[in-house]
Design a protein around this ligand. Structure first.
Ligand code: F6P
Length: 464
């Protein structure tokens, strides 16, 4: 019987309940098909030891978790994946650090994963590789004799050739990616950029709906990821009674609430957003005391230098804003470096009048979608959304779309969002909900896997 094999750098804890939409959908697909979820265990070992590899069986799913040596982690994850590929894919050439050692470590870890996985794949299995940590994994699996279907989904943006080809070894990565049967992107623009890279750097050509390179024929397409829309609607409607949310509401004492929720990452445009809010206060000083901005930003990848620098920059900006505008009885910006569970987040989204989702570049941005799904349809909040988030393709019909680099534009958008009359908020919300109901994370999963296999798998157990 054919099984599904999912491979991603991060893997949810085998025993713990999944809350993120992606983890819920992939688990549901794995349970429907039976299969394996493979990735990094989150553990490291000394460089002179063999990284451990453990298998846990949980219902229909086998969790295959590999440790990494400390050197592997430094070169593959902190180095090549997060100091070279991540900034490059987000159009930040100035932040991109190329080191041959990191590239070698990245390919070494992909080989390690492939060696461990190859022994487990059976003929007829469908393998689905996720994200930029694992670009060459498909090719490493082919080298080890795996001939079944292998797909890859890229969760982050894919830049134009002029940016991508600045990466030393870019051609090697592109060549490796031709080992996949289906390469999925968040948006049509990402897919076009990828095809343009292939056409520019390899002897590749388009043939009908396929790309052809040497003996390989594969498909490239856009599969926008989404959320568990109904799940978020339900959570948000039920969250009001949560003690944390009641305390939050009481603390607002009638003020309007702006919300931002992001991993603390330089792609998210947090300094520019704080600058936009500061500009709003100086353009509309009568609003001081009337509006409060909650920015939730859990720390992320703190071992990577650029992230440490960003933490310091944002802390300084937040402090300056508080010092300049704060009053004894009003804090303009609540800046919180903690992560919250999905129930609390859904409730906070519903309490907020406006969400500021202004990344400088983002593959999709699920916060924008979660915020919309969490609104009370009778009195929905407004979404301010970056023109450089993938989500703008589906939510641009109802969001106030801004250039995230333009702090004056952010200030104006805040003012417009706060002043938006109820009928306009409702009609924008209805338009955005239409998109979110038409494409949930379960649809995303089903559509991708159906395209990879070429016909329906037994995915009928996924929620409709
Ligand atoms: O969406 C991009 C992504 O890198 C995912 O692959 C990842 O799980 C998430 O962001 C969080 O990043 P990290 O795993 O580096 O903490």
């Amino acid at each position: 019987m054919s099984r599904l094999i999912v491979v991603s750098n991060r893997v949810p804890q085998p025993g713990a309940p999944s809350t993120g939409g992606l983890a819920v959908a992939l688990r549901a697909a794995l349970e429907a098909e039976g299969g394996i979820w493979m990735g990094w265990s989150g553990k490291t070992c000394p460089d002179d030891e063999d990284p451990g590899f453990t298998l846990h069986q949980n219902g229909a799913i086998t969790w295959a978790l590999s440790d990494l040596t400390e050197r592997d982690l430094a070169e593959y994850y902190q180095g090549f994946a997060n100091s070279a590929l991540w900034p490059l894919f987000h159009y930040r050439l100035g932040l991109t650090e190329f080191a041959r050692g990191d590239s070698a470590g990245y390919h070494r870890v992909n080989r390690l994963f492939a060696e461990r996985l190859a022994g487990m794949v059976r003929p007829g299995d469908l393998t689905w590789v996720h994200d930029y940590h694992l670009l060459p994994l498909g090719s490493e699996l082919r080298t080890r004799g795996i001939s079944g279907r292998i797909g890859y989904f890229h969760h982050i943006p894919w830049p134009s050739p002029d940016v991508f080809l600045a990466l030393p070894g870019a051609e090697r990565l592109l060549q490796a990616m031709t080992a996949y049967d289906l390469i999925g992107f968040q948006t049509a623009v990402d897919a076009q950029n990828f095809e343009a890279c292939l056409l520019r750097a390899l002897p590749a050509r388009r043939q009908g709906a396929d790309m052809v390179c040497g003996t390989r024929r594969f498909r490239v397409g856009a599969f926008p990821i989404s959320i568990d829309t109904a799940g978020f609607e339900r959570r948000a409607a039920q969250a009001a009674g949560e003690p944390t949310l009641r305390r939050m509401r009481a603390s607002l004492t009638g003020q309007r609430l702006l919300i931002g929720v992001d991993r603390l990452d330089y792609t998210k445009g947090i300094p520019e957003r704080i600058g936009g809010f500061r500009r709003y206060l100086s353009d509309y000083p009568d609003q001081a005391g009337q509006v409060s901005f909650l920015q939730i930003a859990p720390r992320s990848r703190s071992d990577v230098e650029q992230y440490e620098a960003l933490e310091r920059e944002i802390a300084t900006l937040a402090g300056q804003l508080a010092g300049e505008w704060g009053r004894l009885d009003w804090t303009p910006l609540r800046y919180v470096n903690r992560a919250f569970g999905q129930n609390v987040l859904a409730g906070l989204y519903r309490q907020a009048d406006v969400a500021l989702v202004t990344p400088l570049r983002d593959g999709m941005n699920l916060v924008a979608k979660e915020f919309v799904a969490s609104q009370d349809p009778g009195n929905p909040g407004a979404l301010v959304l970056s023109r450089f988030a993938g989500a703008v393709q589906e939510l641009g019909n109802g969001a106030i779309v801004v250039n995230p680099y333009d702090q004056e534009a952010i200030a104006q958008a805040i003012s417009r969002a706060l002043a938006m009359p109820l009928p306009e908020r409702q009609s924008r919300h209805t338009a955005m909900m239409r998109s979110l109901r038409a494409n949930t994370v379960f649809d995303w999963c089903r559509t991708y896997l159906t395209a990879l296999e070429g016909h329906e798998m037994g995915l009928e157990k996924l929620p409709a």
